[in-house]
Write a protein that binds this ligand. Structure first.
Ligand code: OAD
Length: 261
């Protein structure tokens, strides 16, 4: 790890106090290196499509077929992709820190789970889960007919939709509350691959920092939180996260050996 943008990370001295409660927030950038487009890059989804045409309840009510076609195309892209070193580094970090680690994602791609992460907060839902827009029951793909879009609910004949949060919709309240509790209690907060413009997710690092967490941002581009972060690294997640995981391992190993002697 010798590139100039990572020199600052080399200088970072994390302490046992920093890693008492680690909270990580991820966005589309962590999956960019798996080949999944982000939303706000020059070639991202929102440069080609208008969110209000594809990611709102109104769009689904007006043209559910168009909305489903876009979601099925995204599912296809995601299904072809594999988790990358950034996702795997977070699995390892979780194992090292066990009860002291929280993963919160805005991503709906399920790549964290495919890498091996469990018990994460999916703030915006999951693209592979189907939910009835009328009765809210969830169904696996196997019991639905995707030949005609939208698929029809086997229970109430309502229109099936992807179980994701669209613009103008509420997030799951208990998920959000739990995420904010963890953020407030964090000693180290990592904001990874998110443009930090969509709330409430973008408020989490701010709340964490206000409550004393050491805030590290990892993003090749500047964001609204870059200036307020304790360390803002202009580098890809796949290069930085394995390094931070190794730093945590070193701290834990040295703490354990001190306790033994
Ligand atoms: P964005 O597309 O807004 O931002 C992705 C961020 O990742 C950008 O700031 C990039 O600079 C950064 N990035 C790109 N490659 C990276 C890499 N290799 N390592 C680290 N960072 C990298 O995506 P989100 O912030 O996730 O919501 O967007 C938030 C929400 O807006 C999404 O969940 C989605 C979207 O509209 C809904 O659909 C409701």
């Amino acid at each position: 790890m010798s590139s100039p943008e990572l020199t600052e990370l080399e200088r970072l001295r994390l302490t046992p106090g920093h890693i008492e409660r680690v909270v990580v927030l991820t966005g589309a950038g962590i999956s960019a290196e798996s080949g999944i487009p982000t939303f706000r890059a020059v070639d991202g989804y929102w440069s080609r499509y208008r969110p209000e045409d594809l990611a709102t309840p109104e769009a689904f009510a007006q043209n559910p077929q168009v909305v489903w076609e876009w979601y099925l195309a995204r599912r296809h892209t995601i299904a072809q992709a594999d988790p990358n070193a950034g996702h795997y580094a977070l699995v390892e970090m979780d194992k090292l820190l066990s009860g002291q680690f929280t993963l919160i994602t805005q991503n709906v791609d399920g790549l964290h789970q495919r890498a091996g992460s469990h018990d994460l907060f999916e703030l915006h839902g999951n693209i592979f889960i189907n939910r009835c827009s009328l009765c809210s029951r969830r169904f696996s793909d196997e019991v639905l007919n995707f030949q005609e879009l939208p698929p029809v609910c086997p229970s109430c004949r309502g229109a099936i939709r992807p179980d994701v949060v669209w613009f103008g919709e509420n997030l799951n309240i208990s998920t959000v509350e739990d995420a904010f509790t963890r953020a407030r209690e964090a000693t180290l907060f990592l904001s990874i691959g998110t443009s930090s413009v969509v709330h409430p997710a973008a408020t989490l690092p701010i709340v964490a920092a206000e409550n004393g967490a050491f805030l590290i941002e990892v993003n090749p581009e500047l964001t609204p939180i870059s200036e307020g972060a304790d360390l803002s690294l202009r580098a890809p997640a796949s290069r930085v996260l394995p390094r931070i995981t190794e730093m945590i391992r070193t701290i834990l190993t040295s703490t354990a050996s001190k306790k033994l002697s």
